[in-house]
Design a protein around this ligand. Structure first.
Ligand SMILES: [Zn+2]
Length: 482
């Protein structure tokens, strides 16, 4: 039994720590220049969606990319006159918009032109590449991921150029051409900058957004800014055994033996960790949570095991706490009555910061009990660097997000999916991943699925974000020099 005095002191500590994390007032919205007209921006996005820039691992049709390139040059004439454009691998576009002060570190804004295939056309309300505007939304593959962000950026730059504006910092724009297949466009752009010795103060790419109801216990809209990305690894396992007719089978087939190992890999999960980025995410949410949750989050020294246990019950929470394992593919023989000689299975891992392929391989080795099974890594991308929330770059993005979404609580977070941003890891310590939209669950679920769409409000908001970002970048450059 805890003596009453100790209990009372403990309660006082808990309450004091909980109270210390009360809500702070949101940032005031700065005065903004006039926005580009949303009707025109929506019409441009409609055209951009119309180019079927679908990438495949093999056999991509590059003709729509050539058409998109010609359209970009026609639609954004000042950009193509004032910002020098370099083509890499034929389709990745690197623009350099010279700033007024070359002594300052430049900024990089990235987007990708490519989209995933439409999938089955039947569930689409409107044809997948129509860009039709209906019910306040623009519908089509790539509208959300991420042609709206690409065109909002270009509209904003063209608009600022029309007004004779030049940023303080050199501003680079990279429009990649194969992000969805994890291709080499962004890699080539990074190599291009590396050769020129260019490093960036800030890199902004697609990422988190503003959403509601995504985290249990939080009613306030949440603006999640990606400061890191998990790593990615595919491991293929193979089992070989004797084949033959299935009418006289041995005790176990190669597929049966392999399945046991795949099951063990799934069952023996990686241990839960509490990485810094997840602690920072929860810390940012803390003042906006209900009292019991705030009590627990304010006193992780006591409640950490409980918080981890609760979070790990949800797939999204679990992904923030551990290197995840997903058995995704398997194959045996070609016919139901033929014993498989060779069976294969693939496991996909998403690595927390701090993990490497060595950790994945030793985990897989521990689960392999049968000598007939071999494995080989197919692909491995390490987790990204983690951007410091104390960096000027993060603070600038956080401020911009707070100004454009004054009702939202901003929080740094660990992205479980991949972006092109990771390719620039060694060129910038201020990488932030944010898509300046307010999205519902339904909107988010439309990404890479049928009925992908973006609201007209979001098209306008995205332009407001970029204009505010340019204004804040200039202000920050001035402040840093004074
Ligand atoms: Zn994307």
């Amino acid at each position: 039994m805890i003596p009453f005095a100790v209990f009372a002191v403990l309660m006082l500590i808990l309450l004091a720590r909980t109270g210390a994390h009360a809500k702070s007032a949101p940032q005031e919205e700065a005065d903004l220049a006039e926005l580009p007209p949303v009707e025109k921006a929506a019409d441009h996005l409609r055209c951009a969606v119309g180019f079927q820039t679908v990438v495949h691992d093999e056999m991509t049709d590059w003709e729509p990319f050539r058409e998109l390139a010609a359209w970009l040059e026609q639609t954004y004439p000042l950009l193509h006159k004032e910002a020098f454009c370099t083509l890499l691998e034929g389709y990745t576009r690197v623009y350099c918009w010279k700033g007024t002060d070359s002594s300052l570190e430049p900024v990089l804004c990235t987007a990708h032109q490519d989209v995933v295939p439409q999938g089955d056309e039947q569930p689409w309300t409107h044809p997948p590449f129509s860009g039709i505007i209906d019910q306040g939304y623009l519908w089509g593959r790539g509208s959300l991921d991420m042609k709206a962000q690409m065109t909002a950026l270009l509209e904003s730059v063209e608009h600022l150029m029309q007004r004779g504006y030049r940023p303080r910092r050199d501003t680079y724009i990279v429009l990649g051409h194969d992000e969805e297949t994890g291709g080499s466009g962004a890699q080539s752009a990074a190599e291009y900058f590396r050769k020129k010795g260019i490093r960036f103060f800030l890199l902004i790419d697609e990422g988190g957004c503003v959403s509601e109801g995504m985290m249990p216990g939080i009613d306030t809209p949440l603006a999640a800014i990606g400061i890191a990305e998990k790593g990615y690894a595919d491991i293929e396992l193979e089992c070989t055994a004797s084949g033959g007719h299935s009418s006289m089978p041995p005790g176990r087939t190669s597929l049966g033996i392999l399945s046991q190992t795949l099951y063990d890999i799934e069952r023996h999960r990686f241990p839960c960790r509490f990485p810094l980025v997840t602690r920072q995410f929860l810390s940012a949410l803390r003042p906006h949570t209900s009292f019991p949750l705030r009590l627990a989050l304010s006193n992780l020294w006591l409640f950490k095991p409980l918080v981890m246990q609760v979070l790990s019950k949800y797939p999204a929470g679990n992904a923030m706490l551990r290197t995840t394992t997903a058995v995704t593919m398997a194959s045996g023989s070609d016919a139901p009555n033929v014993l498989p000689v060779t069976s294969t299975g693939t496991v996909n891992f998403r690595l927390l910061p701090g993990y490497s392929i060595v950790d994945i391989e030793s985990f897989v080795q521990r689960q392999i009990k049968d000598r007939q099974i071999t494995y080989r890594p197919l692909r491995c991308d390490l987790p990204s660097q983690v951007t410091s929330i104390d960096s000027d770059a993060y603070k600038l993005i956080e401020k911009t997000v707070s100004q454009v979404f004054p009702d939202a609580v901003t929080a740094p977070y660990l992205m479980t999916g991949g972006t092109d941003a990771k390719k620039y890891d060694d060129l910038c310590s201020g990488i932030c991943r944010f898509s300046p939209y307010r999205l519902s669950r339904q909107d988010i679920d439309s990404m890479h699925a049928a009925n992908e769409r973006i609201s007209l409000d979001n098209i306008e908001t995205a332009m407001r974000f970029y204009l505010q970002l340019f204004a804040n970048l200039d202000q920050q450059a001035t402040d840093s020099q004074s």
